[in-house]
Design a protein around this ligand. Structure first.
Ligand code: SF4
Length: 469
């Protein structure tokens, strides 16, 4: 059996060569964009905020206001408290946010900035201020985790800061992970169809996918409301989409050896709210699992419309099977997304020969084997991978298709094979935020995209060409 890890080739290099991961405060910024009335502020140098804004704009094609405390040489030596206070004052004057999401950077963490103390100092200096915003702080040094660690760290930080334990209500917490705005809308539709009150967090389905405005909106509409975040403390259950989540190193550092690594686990440990962590619902089996969990928690039958969607998906699997069966795929991206996509590929008869992520939980193989040991016995599972390693191994193993974000395009181009773009970032196409990946509907979309990409390739490379299949 293959062991999870990086291949020998990568061991020749000390540095990552085109990392298959992004920066931790970027993940935290996404979460802050999913809180109603919130402005993210990066405590560190201007370049970190610019990098994050550039990445998010290229994918979401939306205006992206992310503030920075703008470290200089002097701040780096003497500390950033003056910049922190000035920054907060400027942001409040300009945006009047109800929440400020503060994420640290490599630099501010390295010089030991104590952000909780800076927040306390700010509040003390403005003790009589009746409009004081709420503060959520996530510790996100990028040398200690990926954008996904930053994302889940911010989810955990928001829940720890804002949840209020109260009498149990018939409601569910849904921690949906780093998914597309279109997927968030699909999940909300499911929750409404199950007739259950819920807190979906983070909800950037509106703030990162705006309609066309006549006038500029300093803080776009949408986001999980503070009251819904407070109610996470009185839900009857939590559902987390993903099983790796924040099992990188950030959480361990913040909570100092506590076993709690995610918001769902924290609520379970502190308020005894049952937590259901599950593989992201891509494919029939994973979506069935979510549907049946919702049905059990709510005591409601699965709505008929989903039974129909499932039936149509099974029918599509049958129609497309002969075009996908036995094909070999490379899958890369965030660990939880990659696990869900790989299980879906195995479900439709595609062999994932390389499964790679820049995440370093080293849990991917274990998770894959748990659900389908036979399919992943010979798979190369790469943790902490960079794109050069994926490229070199792809040349060796000769896949038929590549599935992942835009950053792997050059590998597909070199190998002259199709790429199906999923996840984040997609910066060489439009429509990234509108890609549906989840549930029966999203799976149907992915299945059609994959089959048609393979057909397109076959048609283009056929010596005679054809118009009918
Ligand atoms: S990796 Fe560190 S230094 Fe680079 S942009 Fe991210 S936080 Fe800033």
């Amino acid at each position: 059996m293959q062991k999870e890890g990086i291949t020998q080739e990568v061991n020749k290099y000390v540095a990552a060569r085109n990392a298959c991961k992004l920066c931790a405060p970027l993940g935290a910024s996404m979460v802050f964009k999913g809180i109603e009335g919130c402005i993210p502020m990066i405590h560190g140098s201007q370049g970190c905020a610019t990098y994050i804004r550039r990445y998010l704009i290229s994918h979401y094609k939306e205006p992206m206001d992310i503030a920075s405390s703008n470290f200089s040489e002097e701040t780096t030596i003497y500390g950033g408290n003056k910049n922190f206070i000035n920054g907060i004052n400027n942001i409040r004057k300009q945006y009047a946010p109800t929440v400020m999401g503060i994420a640290s950077t490599c630099l501010s963490e390295t010089i030991g900035e104590d952000i909780p103390s800076l927040i306390a100092e700010y509040k003390e200096l403005n003790a009589n201020d009746k409009d004081m915003p709420l503060f959520v702080h996530a510790s996100t040094p990028s040398y200690n985790g990926t954008h996904m660690d930053g994302f889940h760290e911010a989810v955990l930080a928001a829940v720890r800061t804002l949840s209020v334990e109260d009498k149990r209500e018939k409601r569910i917490n849904l921690f949906s992970g780093f998914i597309s705005p279109a997927d968030i809308r699909l999940l909300k539709e499911v929750m409404n169809d199950f007739h259950i009150d819920y807190t979906l967090f983070p909800d950037y389905s509106a703030s990162m996918d705006n309609p066309c405005w006549k006038d500029y909106h300093l803080i776009p509409e949408g986001g999980t409301s503070i009251s819904d975040l407070q109610k996470t403390g009185c839900a009857m259950a939590s559902i987390e989409l993903g099983t790796v989540l924040n099992k990188g190193s950030l959480s361990e550092m913040v909570l100092n050896k506590a076993t709690v690594t995610s918001a769902g686990e924290w609520l379970q440990k502190n308020y005894y709210i049952e937590n259901h962590a599950m593989v992201m619902p891509i494919g029939i089996e994973a979506t069935d699992r979510l549907m049946s969990t919702l049905s059990t928690i709510t005591d409601n039958a699965i709505p008929g419309k989903y039974t129909l969607q499932r039936g149509r998906l099974v029918d599509a699997y049958i129609d497309g099977h002969k075009y996908v069966f036995g094909k070999k795929a490379v899958v890369y991206g965030e660990e939880d997304l990659v696990i869900a996509l790989s299980l879906f590929l195995a479900e439709i008869g595609i062999e994932p020969i390389i499964v790679a992520s820049g995440g370093e939980s080293k849990l991917m193989r274990k998770e894959l084997m748990k659900y389908n040991a036979e399919a992943f016995e010979n798979t190369q599972v790469l943790s902490g991978a960079d794109f050069e390693t994926i490229r070199e191994l792809s040349h060796e193993l000769k896949p038929d298709i590549i599935i992942g974000n835009s950053k792997g395009y050059y590998i597909a181009r070199e190998l002259k094979i199709p790429i199906v773009r999923v996840g984040f970032p997609i910066h060489d196409r439009i429509g990234g935020p509108r890609i549906k990946h989840l549930l029966y509907e999203g799976t149907q979309n992915l299945f059609d995209l994959i089959v048609n990409s393979l057909l397109d390739y076959k048609q283009e490379h056929s010596p005679v060409g054809y118009k009918y299949m």
